[in-house]
Design a protein. Structure first.
Length: 155
């Protein structure tokens, strides 16, 4: 997901430095916010990946890529409708007007930002699906937990 943000300018889209935005919540400045923000963004992605592997992946129906796209709606909605609206209340640099408030779906950061959010999260969902499919074929333990698909056979 973070890679999408940094590749966006190559196709004429705005860059939204989400790791810096996340990191500056903790650091209170933009200068040393990248590393903590990148770590937080990475850990959120890993946590959501575990949620996919152990809960959403086995519950969702359809082809692996379709389950990944379905799952990507969870972090998209959480980011767009929970995190971004809360940002002006929790971010110290937005409160002192060093950063622009994101607005609805991040649109104050550029009219393309909602599309970047959608595209980035869809790519993230596809990556989750690919990792899940890889783990299903290579890991010797059952990843489906208690949510077995009705057509699966226990071996």
């Amino acid at each position: 997901m973070t890679v999408v943000w940094y590749l966006a300018p190559l196709v004429g889209l705005p860059i939204v430095d989400f790791p810096v935005i996340l990191g500056s919540i903790a650091t209170g400045n933009l200068n040393n916010a990248f590393t903590p923000g990148l770590v937080v963004h990475f850990l959120i992605g890993v946590a959501l990946g575990f949620l996919y592997v152990y809960a959403a992946g086995p519950l969702l129906r359809g082809a692996a890529w379709l389950r990944g796209l379905q799952f990507s709606l969870l972090p998209l909605v959480l980011t767009s409708l929970v995190l971004l609206p809360l940002l002006p209340y929790i971010h110290p640099l937005i409160r002192v007007r060093q950063l622009v408030t994101p607005g609805i779906l991040g649109s104050n950061w550029g009219v393309q930002v909602p599309w970047l959010l959608l595209g980035g999260h869809l790519i993230y969902g596809l990556v989750c699906a690919a990792v899940y499919a890889f783990l299903q074929t290579t890991v010797s333990f059952d990843l489906s937990g208690p949510w077995k698909q009705p057509d699966e056979k226990n071996e």
